[in-house]
Design a binder for this molecule. Sequence first.
Ligand code: AMP
Ligand code: MG
Length: 433
Amino acid sequence: MTSAPIEVEAHLAEVLAAVRPLAPVRVPLANALGRVLAADVVADTRVPAVDNSSMDGYAVRRADVAEASAHAPADLLVVAEVAAGSPLDPTLAPGQAARIMTGAPVPSDADAVVPVEDTAEYRSGDGWVTSGARVRVTTAPAAGAFVRRAGSDLTPGSIVLAAGARLTPYRVGAAAAAGVGAVDVFPAPRVAVIATGDELVEPGVPTRRGQLADSNSALLRGVVSDAGGELVAAIRVGDDPAEFLTALDELTSPAGPPGPPGTTGATAAAAAPDVIICTGGVSVGAHDVVKAALAPGGRVAFRRVSMQPGKPQAFGRLESGALCFGLPGNPVSVAVSFEVFVRPALQAMQGLEPAGPPRTEAIAATGWRTPPGRRQYMPIVFDGDGRIRPATAGGSGSHLAGGLARAEGFAIVPADTDEVRAGESLPVMLVAS
Ligand code: AMP
Ligand code: MG
């Protein structure tokens, strides 16, 4: 006997109830890209650390050049030279200047920088006046001209990045600028993929009648990585429950999955998955291997969810502690199920809001029929004017792996309708580009 279908929200709630953020780890900044911060990154120094020049020119005492102009230039004696990285703080008496380079500390006695272009001796290429010579200033600088103030970017105690932020390239750069060498992050959830089906072959291998290329593994590799996960194993098994259970055992045993050649026991154990995503074999067919293997143990629940595609769903926690998702086999179902159930779980494991993919609202440019009683996720493309239409000529066919290539998102059509009309506004889940 099968029970009544459950709502998407009910199944998602069951998934999220089983998920906890992973224990934070400290990683060098070089390994932090894409991770989510478990603690604030706080500046402990001023950035810039000292007043420094934003131009190549001369550090001056402004009182000496306050009246300078092309008609009445001010001549100063150049007594020092300060390059970027120089620790020097030369004394400047009235009438004296220091030659200075971009990024170099401004001498404490100076209160403005005159760019080399605003001095009479400037000639492109070799306009520099060096120590011992006089420089002719032809423009009066404003107070603090071309001086980048210490602390103008960051001050001690200021929060550079807040806990919960995903480390984008710019954010990693900001942490580095603050002088931070290592950060506390949620580790990448370790994910293993098991594609099931006697019909599957490695992409690129010629198929005989009845076979097809395993495209789910290729798709899942990408979305797992996009969602911040680390793929630790991807295997394919036939429709034999014993073979499936052996593969599952190998993945979750203390020795972990077979790592790359040369992997030691310790490394392999470290790679034991937090999450296992199976595809295919969860429905009511005669050879539904995942169901045949896992339903009897009772740890994994097999559900029918009121959605299209993606109706059969399995989820549970295995004895090893790994979360196990059983997604339906069709590629569009895999994509939708991942976005609706797996991505939120991976987000929660990384301390993020389990919000799924980004969403927007868009107007349907054309109508289409939808199954009544089930929420539909229709692969869509955007028109030039931001309106949406189905991405696949064959409609919502869940086998249309090729058509999925065009999809820029999935329109979410409520269950209580059998038709989308042109002009209707729909929520859209955006997919990784
Ligand atoms: P199943 O749920 O196992 O009956 O699979 C449903 C459909 O998805 C069948 O047409 C399978 O051939 C197809 N399918 C299952 N796994 C994959 C895969 N890894 N790549 C592409 N198609 C698949
Ligand atoms: Mg199958």
